[in-house]
Design a protein around this ligand. Structure first.
Ligand code: ADP
Length: 200
């Protein structure tokens, strides 16, 4: 188009969905590195704020420790700002956002404002007993306070209640690729790559 700005938007825009401990963080980082796009984890952003003791961190800490969701309004602000940063100009992978229907709608607005389409929604899922075993192991190894068994059960409940319905929402748009998270890390990575390349 004459006079149109040249946009660098040739790389994909990906949302990663899945219950806590399905392995999203690991796979998001691997896939993002392979594709040369940033892996944007809202959980990591919030944990960094808590670790810094910033005002945001102080506001969200008790909510996270209880396994509850941070408010949609606050998340909208955080994600809108993050997606405006330079490294997010050509493709991104969102890990941990959206987690509710209003968040999915916020993302629609962000995409529309930037004239972008979502390319893939990857759903990494695992049976609940596997998720709980992994959480117990991570609690021992990394000491994340929200990996305490009672909090894990709550995070899983919140996921099934508020986030899982997004699968249908995105399925209606033909975007969902399901990946079995109950395999080795390398096997999951292969399945993830195949899904993005459209040959699974
Ligand atoms: P998980 O291990 O469950 O995938 P994350 O590391 O993505 O968890 O997030 C940890 C916590 O951060 C969540 O339990 C929640 O309190 C908060 N959080 C992260 N992303 C969001 C979001 N999009 N909306 C609300 N809260 C969020």
């Amino acid at each position: 188009m004459a006079g149109a700005e040249t946009r660098g938007d040739t790389k994909p825009h990906i949302v990663f969905l899945g219950p806590p401990n399905a392995g999203k963080g690991t796979q998001a980082m691997r896939l993002a590195a392979t594709l040369g796009i940033p892996a944007i984890s809202t959980g990591d952003m919030l944990r960094a704020a808590v670790a810094q003791g910033s005002e945001l961190g102080q506001r969200v800490q008790s909510v996270m420790d209880a396994g509850q969701l941070v408010s949609d309004e606050l998340m909208a602000e955080l994600v809108t700002d993050r997606l405006q940063q330079d490294d997010a100009r050509d493709g991104w992978l969102l890990d941990g956002y959206p987690r509710t229907r209003p968040q999915a709608e916020t993302l629609v607005g962000i995409l529309a404002d930037a004239s972008l389409d979502l390319d893939h929604v990857l759903l990494l899922d695992c049976p609940d007993d596997v998720l709980k075993d992994r959480a117990a192991k991570r609690a021992r190894e990394q000491g994340r306070t929200d990996d305490d068994p009672a909090v894990v059960a709550e995070r899983l409940r919140v996921y099934r209640e508020q986030t899982a319905p997004l699968v249908e929402y995105y399925e209606a748009q033909g975007l969902v690729r399901r990946i079995d998270g109950d395999q080795s890390i390398d096997e999951v990575s292969e399945a993830v790559l195949a899904a993005v390349r459209g040959d699974s």
